[in-house]
Ligand binder design. Sequence first.
Ligand code: R5P
Length: 291
Amino acid sequence: MALKIVSGSASQLLASRIAEVLGGVLALCEFKRFPDGELYTRILESESEETAEVVVVQSILSDSDFFCLLQLLDAVEDVFPSAAVDVVIPYMGYARQDKRFERGEAISARVVARCVSSFRPRRVFVVNAHSPDALRFFEVPTYEINAVPLLASALSSVENAVVVAPDEGATELAKALANATGFTWDVLQKRRISGSEVEIKHKSLDVDGKNVIIVDDIISTGGTIATATKILKSQNAKDVFVACIHGIFAQNAVLRMLKAGVRDIFATDTVPSAFSRVSVAPAIASALKEK
Ligand code: R5P
């Protein structure tokens, strides 16, 4: 019985890696836009009665990625009508808006979860969701995949380091990474001023002459990392390395971080970039097999 891996436009390389690890067949899909800007998505496969399982893989970095995922779920119903469908969302964007911070705001994470759930997939998998709350909105069995062990192995060349969470939200990540690497950990306190600017409270850390690994789940504008790096450098930290699960690196994020003194950046391939040093494909493949 064949396993088909259906990739969205945002996750083509990762989907092919998952197909390779699982021994599945990668489906060819077409993504284009109509002249007015509307998205067109098609699975270019002929119906096969032998396809028992389908895995749809699509990170959500933008509204278009989200819509493409929904289009694929709709197309799968046509091409593989009798298959069990699993959805893998390597990077679940919109998860940071997992509650109403102000009256009248949309709970974006819930919008994503409700729309995906409406196709009644068998299971949903998300790599390191921004918060557990974001996953609670799915109305089908949903599992989180932890990429920290993979990230830890990519950092094996870094010696004598302190793992630092740039804000309280990253504390659990820092603890997990410290545990996996055998380093100590600490946490800073951050206050967001705007979408791209943050303020980090001054705090004395035991980093004098030591390497530091700042770890966060997401790097978007790089403001958090740049600000934390400046504080750590002012306290005589040796080399500052950055580790993240989802490297979005919007706008001039890379420049901001490097100019602040970051030595190197380690990210996974949930969002493909030049810094995707480690693939989450093995972890996704294991989760798909084990659950
Ligand atoms: C926020 O809670 C996240 O964990 C990250 O700290 C945040 O997304 C980083 O954003 P930026 O790179 O724009 O500072």
